[in-house]
Design a protein around this ligand. Sequence first.
Ligand code: NAG
Ligand code: NAG
Ligand code: NAG
Ligand code: NAG
Length: 146
Amino acid sequence: MSLMRLLLFLQGALQGCLSQSIHVFQIPEVNATKGSTVTLQCNYTLISTEETSIGWYRWYKHVLGGPEVSNDNVHFKDRVSRVTNTDFLSNGLANIQLHDVQLEESGMYLCEVEFMLNQSTKGYGNWTFLHVQGEIPDHLLYYTQS
Ligand SMILES: *[C@@H]1O[C@H](CO)[C@@H](O)[C@H](O)[C@H]1NC(C)=O
Ligand SMILES: *[C@@H]1O[C@H](CO)[C@@H](O)[C@H](O)[C@H]1NC(C)=O
Ligand SMILES: *[C@@H]1O[C@H](CO)[C@@H](O)[C@H](O)[C@H]1NC(C)=O
Ligand SMILES: *[C@@H]1O[C@H](CO)[C@@H](O)[C@H](O)[C@H]1NC(C)=O
């Protein structure tokens, strides 16, 4: 390959990347009280020359590709709410809500957005740290407020 061909190849490869990408944003940190409902916020922008409406999103705790934070996961069963299809596809939202959040659910959560373009294209946020605190007893609340 001549240098010029190599440069053209690299430029083409780069444009290929740029023409199809997903930028994912999630909030870095959220605090919650045990037993409450917490929203893990995530949104995305899809940059693509192709039209697609085949996409979905997932959340992982601690490990990318590990167990999903979903109602199918026994640890989170029936405690996860997702945004509507319309909010996901049209409004770029990929939030989940965790209901009755527990102390041991403190940790790092990753938002993944995937679309079927010419090929499967994925984007990742930069993790959210969820910090679940115990309920504050009334007498401590009194002291912290005074
Ligand atoms: C996406 O989320 C970030 C924070 O994570 C927020 O600053 C931004 O406004 C959101 N964008 C949209 C379009 O909701
Ligand atoms: C969460 O709580 C810690 C202290 O417990 C505080 O330093 C931090 O700013 C809080 N973060 C948010 C996003 O409220
Ligand atoms: C889609 O993929 C095929 C095979 O990988 C390729 O030949 C074609 O140029 C791609 N089209 C676009 C629009 O990227
Ligand atoms: C992701 O988060 C880490 C740690 O908070 C930070 O150092 C890094 O700059 C962030 N990366 C991006 C692309 O925002």
